[in-house]
Design a protein around this ligand. Sequence first.
Ligand code: ATP
Ligand code: FE2
Length: 323
Amino acid sequence: MISLGIEGTAWSLSIGVVDEKEVLLVENDPYIPKEGGIHPREAAQHHSERIGKLVKSVFSKIEPDKIDVISFSQGPGMGPCLRIVATAARVLSLKLEKPLIGVNHCLAHLEVGRWKTGAKNPVTLYVSGGNSQVIARRGKRYRVFGETLDIGIGNALDKLARHMGLKHPGGPKIEKLARNGKRYYELPYVVKGMDFSFSGMVTAAQKLFDNGISKEDVAFSFQETAFAMLAEVSERAMAYLDRDELLLVGGVGANSRLKEMLEVMCKDRKARFYSPPTELMGDNGAMIAYLSLLMFKHGYVTELKDSTVKPDFRIEEVDVSWE
Ligand code: ATP
Ligand code: FE2
């Protein structure tokens, strides 16, 4: 069985095609802001201008007849962006006469991670631009045990980078700078139970930079503090739920220092640490296609009338009957 998935919750416009065994194809045409952060209307404009070409390009490599399911990211994300991909998916589904499935973007990050690593019932640390959550399955639902009280870690990194004159996306640039950091400066470490917060840290780190501390030291101090917070809450969730697997997913999961800290924590507790290949960490169409395949095989389809976008779609809303 073959599924085609369209991702477009924010900056990424991506189509992926997967079968049960592997990712067959991924094509990307990301929106990269000229300056500043992601502007929802501009991103949507970009997606609407490019989606036709992207579909054509994918269908020049794989025959439309071979596709069994058409899927799209239904939420959470930026409304204007979501509407473009939902419309494209509806059109393809009607035209090709194939079932339509709208999927939860966060769950797609998580399930593609489990698929590619073999993790069974892990605690998942999901860290991206807009989201930062500690998730685990209990019965037929995934539950969020801890999350950011304000902005996602990726947005925090992007904001700090922008303040230091670096272009979007800032996460990879901060990672590079941090490697040459020499001195640690204390920043507000905010963990409340299993929740955490980054915005105060961003302001404090921006102040360090304004006071003449080097980019390298600011980046280093920021990463060490923020990632320690993430490791702490992941560990607490693992202890509380008595789980011995940790799965890292989401765009920020590409960061080697974060992986290293989580690996050390897992080793200490004799737990296994899993992270999927970097190209499947950030937003991509393959994760949407994969989750829809899983759902389709378990009887899910999205009727046209239910295919409206859900900008605030929470992972807890999805009944997980494939476990
Ligand atoms: P979501 O809708 O799930 O919140 P997203 O739109 O933020 O997703 P992702 O691709 O999951 O998209 O994550 C993008 C984020 O990942 C950006 O904030 C980017 O700076 C960050 N990022 C990418 N690579 C790295 C890295 N090596 N280190 C730290 N952050 C990174
Ligand atoms: Fe994402």
